[in-house]
Design a protein around this ligand. Structure first.
Ligand code: FE2
Length: 190
């Protein structure tokens, strides 16, 4: 099954070589972290490869892959649509029903409160895979190998700063999730 999923990813992102390199980077980084945290390497690979599959779909294509509930939830933040659509494509096309894989894809942009280990791995790997060229990718990866929650928190902080640097306001949901992980790292939750 992984071979078919991989084929589909190459077929879809083949015209976007930088993006294709990125998803391979996420898959590889996620697999390394999966070994460290005793998670399934196959699940990490699937989620990593598939998370951005809908990135270049038109709005209409993405909406076709979503039900009304999700459309409404993120109506003001269509940046999230590619993640929701990707999870739905994987579920419908490849009959992958594993909630861990689907949630890792669905919530890879902002994360969510109470993420599983695999979800955290994909969230962090998306930021620190080496091909993306972020200055702090080594630092984030090292941090992730030692303390996944702190790495999650760091990535969320960077993402919020990035939004603010463009003169935009992060969503209330994104801020709440970040605050939740700040509390987690302080030992106040979970
Ligand atoms: Fe990504």
């Amino acid at each position: 099954m992984i071979e078919n999923i991989e084929k589909r990813v190459i077929e879809k992102l083949g015209h976007h070589p930088k993006r294709l390199k990125h998803v391979y980077g996420v898959a590889e980084t996620a697999q390394k972290l999966a070994i460290i945290y005793h998670e399934s390497v196959d699940k990490a690979k699937i989620a990593g490869l598939f998370h951005d599959i809908a990135k270049y779909d038109t709005l209409e294509e993405k909406l076709n892959m979503m039900d009304l509930r999700w459309m409404k939830v993120y109506a003001d933040y269509p940046v999230i649509y590619h993640a929701i659509a990707a999870a739905n494509i994987l579920e419908h096309e490849f009959k992958v029903h594993d909630p861990d894989i689907l949630n890792a894809i669905r919530y890879h942009v902002w994360g969510r409160k109470g993420m599983s280990t695999l979800e955290k791995i994909i969230f962090v790997a998306d930021s620190c895979e080496p091909n993306r060229g972020f200055e702090d990718s080594d630092y984030v990866y090292e941090l992730a190998t030692k303390d996944l929650d702190r790495a999650v928190c760091y990535c969320m902080e960077q993402s919020i700063k990035h939004v603010e640097s463009k003169g935009l306001s992060p969503s209330e949901e994104q801020i709440e999730i970040y605050q939740y992980y700040l509390e987690v790292t302080r030992g106040e939750t979970e």
